[in-house]
Design a protein around this ligand. Structure first.
Ligand code: ZN
Length: 162
C-alpha cells in the first residue's frame, strides 16, 4: 500500500504548504478560540463565524504554527466545515475522532473499533482520511486532533451564548 501512503503524504504536505482559509475574522461577530498541544508545541487559532439564523458555519479562518500534521489537520478542518450546519460539523468532529481512536484502541488491543465505527457511518471524510496514517505514531495523534478539539470548544462556546 505504498502508493496510498504516498498519496496521503502528498495531501498532508499540500495542506501544510498551502493552508486553506488562513487569516482572521473580526471578533465579534466571529468567535476566537485558541488551542495548544504542549506535547509538540502546536498552536491553533480558530476564528469561526456562525450564522445564528441558520446555525451554519458562515466562515472559518485559521492561524497558528506547529508541526506539519497539526497544521495540515487544521487546514483540512477549516475546508471541511465551512458552509456546514452545526449539526453536520459536530458529526464530522465525532467521525474524525473515531477515525483516530479506532486505530488507537486497536493498537492498545482493547477493542476492534466496532463501537466507534457507528460514528463514521455515512460521514464523508475526504482529504481527512489522509491523516489516518498518523495513528501509527500515537504521539502524533494529539497533533492531528488539536484542531478538532479547538473546533469543538468553539462550538460549545458559540452555542452556550445562544
Ligand atoms: Zn505536532
Amino acid at each position: 500500500m505504498a502508493g496510498l501512503e504516498d498519496l496521503y503524504r502528498e495531501i498532508i504536505l499540500d495542506h501544510y504548504r498551502s493552508p486553506r482559509n488562513r487569516g482572521d475574522l473580526p471578533v465579534p461577530p466571529a468567535h476566537k478560540v485558541e488551542g495548544f498541544n504542549p506535547l509538540c508545541g502546536d498552536e491553533v487559532v480558530l476564528f469561526i463565524d456562525v450564522d445564528p439564523d441558520t446555525d451554519t458555519v458562515r466562515d472559518v479562518k485559521i492561524a497558528g504554527q506547529g508541526c506539519s500534521i497539526s497544521q495540515a489537520s487544521t487546514s483540512m478542518m477549516s475546508a471541511a466545515v465551512k458552509g456546514k450546519s452545526l449539526e453536520e460539523t459536530r458529526q464530522l468532529i465525532r467521525a474524525f475522532k473515531a477515525l483516530m481512536s479506532i486505530h488507537e484502541s486497536k493498537l492498545e488491543g482493547e477493542s476492534d473499533g466496532s463501537d466507534l465505527q457507528a460514528d463514521l457511518e455515512g460521514v464523508r471524510l475526504g482529504d481527512l482520511e489522509a491523516l489516518q496514517g498518523v495513528v501509527k505514531f500515537p504521539v502524533r495523534i494529539k497533533c492531528a486532533t488539536l484542531a478538532w478539539n479547538t473546533l469543538q470548544q468553539a462550538l460549545d462556546e458559540v452555542q452556550a451564548e445562544v
